[in-house]
Design a binder for this molecule. Structure first.
Ligand code: NAI
Length: 328
């Protein structure tokens, strides 16, 4: 059996936490031969800490053979100590009367502090996934607050958007979702994201040709994927949690264990590829191998795509400008 690795999860007593922790402990994220120590962070509030204790009692009661230890805490320095993986799920939701700028700065405070704590105590190889919204900008803030860690260790979750796009294409073509290859979602995890199936294939055939309907792409597919989060809130009365946790598992598993040449979407700091300015936390098509991701290169960007990629880039740059004074 391998030596245990440390997995930090913030917002551990929340909705996504409740769908996520049990799957990590059962080996779905890092493999059935990889023991894990869960280091769970919640806010220093009696109710949240009590709820976290309840989650830990349930984790105990699952008697997971791979769960080699647990820590529940309200201190980021404890939660991130020697962490090999960190899933930053906890974030400040938008409250009544809260403007977008207030939301950005409330979260900037959280992710500045958590970036600093990761910088101080996490493993130098820590793989960080930010799920808490606004995910790309929160990941950018954490990255900027951790100057001693490689910037490439910080990622944002676009995988739920990728999975949503894949299942819409499966429904449209009547093909199994597992058959869809080389799909991607560019940009911000927000309704401006650009889900792009121009390069996607099913059994070697072009998805674009199979669908052959640009109006469907523009008027049905893109709005459906972009507004799926809102549609789930409208239907369920609660935001997507199980599918978000599932996407977090997919993102981390693929990053850690590799994709065997298949494309996945990750929000990562741009290296300047496709004209996206360096450092912007942007969704790109990547492949993963040996714990590293590589941006898929050489894709043609047509006029429609460039326009969509710029819309989502502009939104990210606006978000970045809104928090710039907090990072100075
Ligand atoms: P939730 O409200 O059920 O749980 C969030 C938990 O985080 C709460 O228990 C809260 O006490 C905790 N928390 C807040 N600030 C914290 C901090 N500074 N440190 C540690 N814990 C903290 O929310 P839910 O449904 O679990 O969603 C969590 C986040 O994930 C939200 O920001 C949501 O918008 C986002 N999300 C992102 C998705 C993506 O695709 N990137 C998809 C779905 C949700």
């Amino acid at each position: 059996m391998k030596a245990p690795v440390r997995v930090a999860v913030t917002g551990a007593a929340g909705q996504i936490g409740y769908s996520l922790l049990f799957r990590i402990a059962s080996g779905e994220m890092l493999g059935k031969d990889q023991p894990v120590i869960l280091q769970m962070l919640e806010i220093p509030n009696e109710k949240a800490q009590q709820a976290l204790q309840g989650v830990m009692m349930e984790l105990e009661d699952c008697a997971f053979p791979l769960l080699a230890g647990m820590v529940g805490t309200d201190d980021a320095m404890v939660a991130f100590k020697d962490a090999d993986y960190a899933l930053l799920v906890g974030a400040r939701p938008r409250g009544p009367g809260m403007e977008r700028a207030d939301l950005l700065s409330a979260n900037a405070e959280i992710f500045t502090a958590q970036g600093k704590a990761l910088n101080a105590v996490a493993s130098r190889d820590v793989k960080v996934l930010v799920v808490g919204n606004p995910a790309n900008t929160n990941a950018y803030i954490a990255m900027k607050s951790a100057p001693d860690l490689p910037a490439g260790n910080f990622t944002a979750m676009l995988r739920l958007d990728h999975n949503r796009a894949a299942s819409q294409i499966a429904a449209k073509t009547g093909k199994p979702v597992s058959a869809i290859k080389t799909l991607t979602v560019w940009g911000n995890h927000s309704p401006t994201m650009y889900a792009d199936y121009r390069f996607a294939t099913i059994g070697g055939e072009s998805v674009k040709e199979m669908i052959g309907d640009e109006a469907w792409n523009r008027d049905v597919f893109l709005p459906t994927v972009g507004k799926r989060g809102a549609a789930i809130i409208a239907a369920r009365g609660l935001s997507s949690a199980a599918s978000a946790a599932n996407a977090a598992i997919d993102h981390m598993r693929d990053w850690a264990l590799g994709t065997n040449g298949e494309w996945v979407t990750m929000g990562i700091p741009s290296d300047g590829s496709y004209g996206i300015p360096e450092g912007v936390m942007y969704g790109f098509p990547v492949t993963c191998e040996n714990g590293k991701y590589t941006i898929v290169q050489g894709l043609e960007i047509d006029e429609f795509s460039r326009e969509r990629m710029n819309v989502t880039l502009n939104e990210l740059e606006e978000e970045r400008a809104a928090v710039a004074h907090l990072l100075a």
